[in-house]
Design a protein around this ligand. Structure first.
Ligand code: ADP
Length: 514
């Protein structure tokens, strides 16, 4: 059973109708949920967003409230219609994109989650992963899923819920539980419980999905003791998922596009050809490079994943996942209280000449690519009596660029391909200081997309292609517009000095020495 508008306290917010011709994209991110309406040129005509809370019940644990995510998502769907005057009879299709890996388990009868959503950054299952590695499962996981065994992915989070929530194991064995990543949770509830499905890109992040056969993998399920009955059907990212219930949108538009946030942004960047690469600077940083129909297994700490699942074709991707990027800026605001908001950071970072030898390694929940060290914890090095708030802000901003540098070099080594420029999006990519510093470090231009909401745009594209709103990828390419371009300023000595200080700081946080 799914939740009604009444259950969610939204029953009074149904707005009147208007005529037709747009795509709506729902972007259920880690820090906020958004609803965006785009026109045929890929221009955003209206948007609404709402922050979503995260909870940190223990060090290294991250949780969110699935009901808050759902209610906020529906609220912004309503708000964007109200603000724009564009209502459900004008919506040709809906695309959904979402924070990936985050795990919700709910009761098949009541629809009620049996535990909080366990966030993608949550490290509580590091021990389960250690057990899998100890039991010799690593090679099998890597070859089937393209992923390095890690607490980041959904599989061990599901296992934790089954092992730790009272009655969960018995209920799962009796077929009474449903697991979903956030896309599945939203689709299920938006369709009034009619559709229980995910897409290939989200499935490829669970560590239970075989990216070669495109099926849930029985051996992996047995390894983790997760019953197959609690897994959704897996579909192409572009195609029919089901209609939004009339209680939520009167004219019941079709959900026709679904992709994990990084894959949606990859599609929004039009990274359709092998070698095409993008980097998103959001809560984390995520770089994806298209490897065509070949799964490239990394020798440098990257993941292989499903990049695009559209038009009956799979394009695989190499991915570098950095866990803490924009979230480091949030920590300056919420943890340390030294900034009022993320936008201030550019000016503060530019108020000092250099980093004064100070480095901040935001390994708050371990290090992701290319190090994969779950035991690592954050560190600030090089503090002196002259260090102040600006020093820390600058070090936090720089840390996004250093982490991206490490991932990009690893990617180039795996793909045997040197990038000519880096295409970027995400809220923190609007920070000019970080982008210039990034270009200087990499020695190549960094190019912003014109649309900030590339992730939502990608979801809109997937939905629009499915219903013929856009004819083909060529038409999408015509919409693709770039924004500001940051050219590198060639200062090799300064760059080498900074990188050496950074790598020294990273080495100090490491618990796994390779
Ligand atoms: P997500 O989809 O992961 O929620 P967004 O792309 O909305 O992420 O990015 C949000 C993150 O970006 C936040 O963690 C915030 O601290 C950071 N951020 C937003 N604006 C800036 C900025 N101007 N400079 C640096 N970081 C920023």
């Amino acid at each position: 059973m799914a939740f009604s508008l009444k259950d969610l306290g939204l029953v009074d917010r149904v707005y009147p109708l208007q005529p037709s011709g747009y795509i709506m994209a729902l972007d259920s991110g880690t820090t906020s949920v958004r609803a965006i309406i785009v026109d045929e040129y890929g221009c955003i005509v209206a948007q609404a967003s709402k922050p979503v809370k995260a909870f940190y019940p223990q060090p290294g644990w991250v949780e969110q409230d699935p009901m808050e995510i759902l209610a906020s998502q529906i609220a912004v769907m309503m708000e964007v219609q109200f603000k724009s005057g564009i209502h459900s009879d004008s919506i040709a299709a809906i695309g959904i994109t979402n924070q990936r890996e985050t795990c919700v388990v709910w009761d098949r009868d009541s629809g009620q989650p049996i535990y909080s959503a366990i966030g993608w950054q949550c490290r509580r299952t590091a021990d389960i992963v250690d057990g899998l590695v100890f039991d010799g499962c690593e090679e099998s996981i890597r070859s089937k899923t393209g992923l390095a065994p890690d607490a980041y992915f959904s599989a061990t989070k599901i296992r934790w819920i089954l092992d730790n929530v009272s009655g969960a194991r018995e209920a799962a064995d009796a077929g009474e539980l449903m697991f979903g990543t956030i896309d599945t949770w939203l689709i299920y509830n938006l369709t009034g419980g009619e559709v229980y499905a995910t897409d290939y890109t989200n499935a490829s992040r669970t560590m239970l999905f075989n990216i070669h056969t495109l099926e849930w993998d029985d051996e992996l399920l047995a390894m983790l003791d997760i019953p197959r009955s609690m897994l959704p059907e897996v579909r192409w990212s572009s195609g029919e998922f089901g209609r939004v219930s009339s209680e939520i949108m009167t004219h019941m538009p079709l959900i026709a596009g679904v992709a994990g946030d990084q894959q949606a942004s990859f599609f929004g960047h039009c990274c359709f050809e092998p070698g095409d690469t993008k980097n998103t600077y959001g809560t984390g940083c995520f770089m994806l490079m298209n490897t065509g129909d070949e799964v490239v297994h990394s020798s440098n700490g990257l993941l292989s994943t499903i990049g695009i699942a559209e038009g009956g074709r799979i394009s695989y991707a190499l991915e570098g996942s950095i866990f803490h990027a924009g979230s480091t800026i949030q920590w300056l605001r919420d943890g340390l209280g030294i900034i009022g908001g993320a936008r201030e950071t550019e000016e503060i970072a530019l108020s000092v000449e250099g980093n004064d030898g100070c480095y901040l390694v935001p390994a708050f929940s371990g290090l992701g690519a290319p190090w994969w060290d779950p035991g690592a914890r954050g560190m600030i090095t090089g503090l002196t009596a002259a260090s102040n708030r600006a020093t820390l802000v600058r070090a936090a901003c720089e840390s996004m660029a250093y982490q991206t540098f490490d991932v990009l070099r690893a990617m180039e080594a795996d793909a045997h391909h040197r990038l000519g420029s880096l295409s970027v999006d995400g809220a923190a990519s609007r920070n000019g200081f970080i982008m210039q510093f990034q270009a200087d470090l990499l020695g190549i231009p960094v190019v912003q997309t014109e649309a900030v909401e590339t992730t939502a745009l990608g979801a809109a594209y997937l939905a629009g292609l499915a219903v013929g709103y856009w004819e083909d990828r060529d038409e999408l390419m015509q919409n693709h517009a770039v924004g500001e371009r940051f050219e590198p300023v060639n200062e090799p000595e300064r760059v080498a000095h900074c990188l050496s200080g950074w790598h020294d700081a990273v080495a100090r946080t490491r618990t796994v020495v390779q």
